[in-house]
Design a protein around this ligand. Structure first.
Ligand code: NAG
Ligand code: NAG
Ligand code: NAG
Ligand code: NAG
Ligand code: NAG
Ligand code: NAG
Ligand code: NAG
Ligand code: NAG
Ligand code: NAG
Ligand code: NAG
Length: 255
């Protein structure tokens, strides 16, 4: 799983920096790229916000895809889960409910970056790290699951992005109950068995779907520093990828 890469990269700070300085983007084992948040960020506020580039930096067209696409994201589900607290909240399972969101790929039509905006449920209200053993606050994974097709192969992958729910989350009337969003937690062997073992090396290309999808894509009209792109978002992305390749090569040698 690419999660290991993130952990390894976090330990091997120089290489991760090389990658992050280029554009601050987290490559998942799939087509999607997480623009924000960064791993291990302390989060809070009114909402959990996640920015996901579903075009792989303009390499893949947006839906609607042609029938029998060579590459496509069929759907993305997202959960917020923690083996420590025992909660596994639905952020999106494809069907909106009180507190969970509609299909991510259907959001913000025409935008290559989908901005997930999820109201924190009630049991996460509080300030700072978990105050006692029963607290729901603390370490979580934003678990991003992609059903996709890349270069003609169907895949399902799980990408766990660790975050810290430790910033202030104010009490508000619109917070759904934690129980209404909770799901069974599966152990890691079950999860590994349920997903394809697929790694995407950052920078590798994606076969498109003919004219509209085969190109390198245009600029990212809605990328901004708030997406976590930082100043490097100003770079031409091809140059960025070149620099990143160097970062990845250094990382591989470091292994
Ligand atoms: C996050 O996911 C990884 C596996 O991808 C797991 O090892 C870790 O325990 C999870 N963290 C929490 C807080 O559940
Ligand atoms: C996601 O796509 C896969 C593959 O097409 C399909 O089997 C699955 O039912 C879809 N799931 C959701 C939540 O839409
Ligand atoms: C999204 O935009 C595309 C192209 O502009 C259009 O064909 C499609 O009908 C739109 N979908 C929705 C749900 O508005
Ligand atoms: C959930 O339902 C409650 C009660 O109907 C409502 O006040 C609240 O705004 C809803 N929250 C969300 C996030 O939809
Ligand atoms: C989606 O998640 C919501 C909230 O957890 C739940 O009520 C609903 O049953 C789920 N739907 C499916 C198809 O799993
Ligand atoms: C969430 O739901 C699962 C399945 O019903 C349950 O085993 C677990 O205890 C619940 N989590 C919490 C923190 O209540
Ligand atoms: C959380 O619940 C969803 C929906 O049931 C499930 O697909 C997912 O694997 C669960 N996450 C974990 C870490 O068990
Ligand atoms: C994971 O869960 C499955 C189903 O509950 C169980 O059969 C298996 O022994 C568990 N694996 C581990 C390593 O705990
Ligand atoms: C995934 O594939 C790689 C390379 O083929 C292999 O080294 C690794 O053990 C596999 N991981 C799992 C969980 O099967
Ligand atoms: C997809 O195909 C392109 C073009 O043939 C190739 O460069 C790339 O490595 C392939 N990607 C994967 C993950 O196989």
């Amino acid at each position: 799983m690419l999660f290991r890469f993130i952990v390894a990269a976090a330990l091997s700070a120089r290489c991760l920096n090389a990658q992050q300085i280029v554009n601050g983007q987290i490559f998942t084992p799939g087509i999607a790229i997480v623009d924000s948040p960064q791993p291990n960020t302390p989060l809070g506020g009114d909402h959990l916000q996640v920015a996901i580039d579903v075009s792989s930096d303009g390499q893949l067209q947006l839906p609607p895809y042609p029938s029998n696409p060579v590459s496509a994201i069929y759907n993305i589900t997202i959960f917020l889960s923690s083996y420590i607290t025992g909660w596994n909240f639905t952020i999106s399972n494809g069907t909106a409910s009180n507190g969970s969101l509609d299909e991510i790929m259907g959001q913000e039509n025409g935008s290559t970056v989908k901005h997930v905006n999820w109201v924190w449920p009630d049991c996460l209200v509080g300030k700072g790290p978990p105050g006692n053993i029963n607290s729901a606050r603390g370490l979580y994974n934003i678990s991003i699951r992609q059903n996709f097709r890349l270069n003609g192969s169907d895949e399902y992958t799980i990408f766990d992005l660790p975050i810290h729910v430790t910033n202030s989350i104010p009490a508000q009337d619109n917070r759904p109950s934690c129980a209404s969003l909770n799901n069974t937690l599966l152990n890691e062997s079950m999860l590994v068995a349920s997903a394809n073992n697929f790694t995407r090396i950052p920078g590798t290309s994606i076969q498109g779907n003919g004219d509209s999808g085969s190109g390198l894509g245009g600029p990212k009209p809605d990328a901004n520093p708030g997406d976590g792109l930082g100043g490097a978002g100003m770079l031409d992305w091809r140059a960025g990828l070149h620099v990143m390749w160097i970062g990845v090569a250094v990382f591989m040698l470091a292994l």
